[in-house]
Design a protein around this ligand. Structure first.
Ligand code: GLY
Length: 572
């Protein structure tokens, strides 16, 4: 009975405004267990797309209240921290790319930071063994969280008071929300690790979760209330900071009061490049995403890929070789540019990229012949999450935020109710040792106190005639830049519908391991031909959860949520 009431209340809270706007939108719905999920929407006043229907609805509510896209993105992001604890977070970090209604381009870095006590060899045993177990799980795996600082930095462009933006998240944590089958399975699969990596058992620990159960997160609600009332200090100082530092002490972590107090989100100059008349706005270092996308797009630009056709042998092979080359550069050159001189200009110059493609042979696989170390490791789930928002004034926002692995380091801060990240694994913990995504790195991405670990997150906005055209991003670890690349090529070069561009199977090459990953459903004949050309092929169940908002010729917004998850679009 209690469950039914909660479902009913949530439904009332979120659906009452829909009635007035029915005529303004076109929707295609699929049925979920307890509420409908909109996978595609066309709307005139604003649109939101994210990994969870309740988070997208929270953003929509804010737009309807008169908030702009930044307001809605903040509300969506905070709601994700409650309803999508796999990756939505306040204990992790992220990046925001925005194009404001006045034409200003913004990129905001709130990536986690290595704690003051971190050092280059902190995950290497005296005998030289790299301890990926410690960089991937438990207290020592955490970087200093940046999300809350990022949210307050982005308030610079918001219209509504913060208290309004965080309220949907507080309500969802306090009153609870009904979980789906997928969420129940995910919590059930986590029980062993939760018991292993927590000193105070969190609400997620339970004999068995099932679809229809309600998840109430009282500790998290109280943390969000402290943030509402005290601002960023409600997280980085006072009771929440004390709970984090005490948690660190109980579990052998190293994040200190000073680390928390000194964390700052940084506005950076967006990484911008032109592609056939479009302006692509991406994230600069410490994300590799903007530069990788730039390299990949430019390496195909003069090669008439449109005439090769979508997922033809020719186009897939070309894109694979381009991906291989970009990722080889990632391993060698990329890291936090505040600590390491990343040669961005050089590696994105036309001459350099032409030279990179000099040995491209359309008849056979190139070989990642500089392999010195790094065996292929099994893929783990690659959790991060992405959201897009656009409003009627032309403010457009792309945010990708992460705990790194699904549920981060699997530790919930005792008494504070949120998961911590395991982002330290995104550093190169030892030269040549692959991280959880199989990516390797070296000096550029070595650990140093205060440094931010290299990311693949690629929140991106494509402008046409200076106005927002495509807003895109995805989770997926190292598959993020290649998924964004393919989505843009699908739309811009192959002229595909937004749904097809998002839903059709993707593929991924990252230099090392020298394997071409193809998603289930990838055409068998192309796969066999690629094998014949010398590619080692590995099939994967899903690549990314790409969210796209596209501005249509009539100015309406088409938002498409990936069907690989319970992602949802909203608009009005
Ligand atoms: N943690 C995934 C990324 O930032 O690339």
């Amino acid at each position: 009975m209690q469950k039914v009431n909660r479902v009913f209340l949530i439904a009332i809270f979120f659906f009452t405004c829909d009635a007035n706007t029915k005529n303004a939108i076109e929707k295609s719905r699929i049925d979920s267990y307890h509420y409908s999920v909109i996978k595609k929407i066309i709307a005139g006043n604003g649109a939101v797309v994210s990994a969870h229907p309740l988070a997208s609805k929270a953003g929509l509510e804010i737009l309807k209240m008169g908030g702009n896209a930044i307001d809605a993105a903040i509300a969506t992001q905070l709601a994700l921290a409650v309803v999508f604890p796999n990756a939505g977070n306040i204990g992790g970090g992220g990046f925001m790319v925005a194009r404001l209604s006045n034409g200003q381009l913004v990129s905001l870095d709130y990536r986690e930071m290595a704690p003051g006590k971190a050092h280059r060899d902190m995950y290497i045993d005296p005998d030289g063994t790299a301890r990926t177990d410690k960089s991937q799980d438990g207290h020592l795996a955490s970087g200093v969280p940046g999300t809350v600082a990022g949210i307050f930095a982005s308030m610079k462009y918001a219209k509504l008071p913060f208290a309004k933006l965080i309220q949907p998240a507080i309500d969802l944590a306090q009153k609870g929300f009904v979980i789906s089958q997928r969420e129940a399975s995910s919590f059930n699969g986590l029980q062993g690790e939760l018991k292993k990596f927590n000193t105070v058992m969190p609400v997620f620990v339970k004999g068995s979760w099932k679809a229809g159960d309600t998840l109430v997160q009282t500790d998290l609600a109280n943390t969000l209330i402290r943030i509402r009332d005290q601002g960023a200090k409600g997280f980085y100082e006072g009771s929440t900071a004390k709970l984090i530092v005490e948690e660190m002490k109980r579990g052998g972590g190293i994040i200190s009061y000073d680390d928390l107090k000194n964390y700052v989100a940084k506005f950076r100059v967006p990484h911008v490049f032109d592609y056939k008349g479009y302006q692509v706005v991406g994230m600069p270092m410490p994300s590799s995403g903007g530069v990788l996308l730039h390299q990949m797009m430019k390496m195909i630009e003069g090669r008439h890929i449109a005439s090769m056709g979508f997922q033809s042998l020719q186009s897939v092979q070309l894109m694979t070789e381009v991906e291989r080359r970009a990722f080889a550069d990632r391993a060698e050159f990329m890291g936090d540019a505040d600590f390491y001189k990343v040669p961005v200009k050089a590696i994105t110059s036309t001459a350099y990229l032409q030279d990179r493609m000099k040995d491209f042979d359309p008849s056979k696989a190139n070989v990642s012949s500089r392999i010195k170390a790094g065996n292929a490791i099994p893929y783990e789930s690659e959790e991060t999450t992405h959201l897009d928002v656009i409003d009627k004034d032309g403010n457009a926002v792309a945010i990708t935020t992460t705990l790194n692995n699904s549920f981060g380091n699997k530790t919930v801060v005792g008494g504070a109710g949120f998961f911590l990240n395991d982002e330290m694994d995104d550093f190169s913990i030892k030269q040549g040792v692959p991280n959880m995504f199989g990516a390797i790195g070296g000096e550029a991405n070595a650990i140093m106190p205060g440094k931010r670990m290299l990311s693949s997150m690629t929140p991106t906005i494509v402008l046409k005639d200076g106005k927002p055209f495509i807003i895109v991003g995805t989770p997926g670890g190292t598959t993020i830049p290649t998924s964004v690349f393919q989505t843009l090529v699908n739309i811009i070069e192959f002229g595909m519908s937004t749904e097809d561009a998002v839903y059709k199977p993707k593929f991924h090459h990252q230099w090392l391991p020298d394997t071409l990953d193809v998603e289930k459903g990838f055409p068998k004949s192309v796969r066999e031909s690629l094998k014949g050309m010398g590619y080692a092929i590995r099939e994967r169940s899903a690549i990314g959860r790409t969210e796209v908002i596209k501005v249509l010729p009539d100015g309406k917004f088409e938002a498409v949520a990936d069907n690989r998850g319970e992602d949802a679009a909203e608009g009005w």
